[in-house]
Design a protein around this ligand. Sequence first.
Ligand code: FEO
Length: 180
Amino acid sequence: IMISKKMTTALNNQVTAELYSSYLYVSMSAWLKAEGSPGAAHWMGLQAREEVFHAMKMYNYILDRGGQVKLGAIEAPPLKWKSPLDVFEAAYAHEQKVSALINNLMTLAKSENDHALEIFLQWFVTEQVEEEASALDVAQKYKLAAGQGAGLFMIDQELGGRALSAEVKDALTATLTAAD
Ligand code: FEO
């Protein structure tokens, strides 16, 4: 079944929103690196790539359903935060906004009786629970460390150990290869 025009526009807006998330996290990563938190910068850099993965997942879906991909303008992200805690609190707030966008897409899919799309969007609904939880988890760690040097150092070391999942790595490689 061909996807509706309205739904295609909504999905295209979400592709742009996911790419904005990537842009935001790249900006956060740069600030963290410059501020002296290389582990957190690494974590955010990987998060930025996860967002490209989300965008491409939706992009491929639009194409699979015979829709037209229309990329929108991506606004400039903020450049500065007060502390690593501030960064992760902002990331958490941002993910809550993204969850609301995904929920709206699901509501629209349901209103159009587009069951295939509902099933596709379920992955994003589940992913958003994870996305919110991981940003909140890091924010809570920073809160507990309360700006103390040793605690901050340990958190940064831990965040520096994050690795991309095989699924994301493969999908990003496939996307880049396909674009060649
Ligand atoms: Fe694409 Fe962080 O949600």
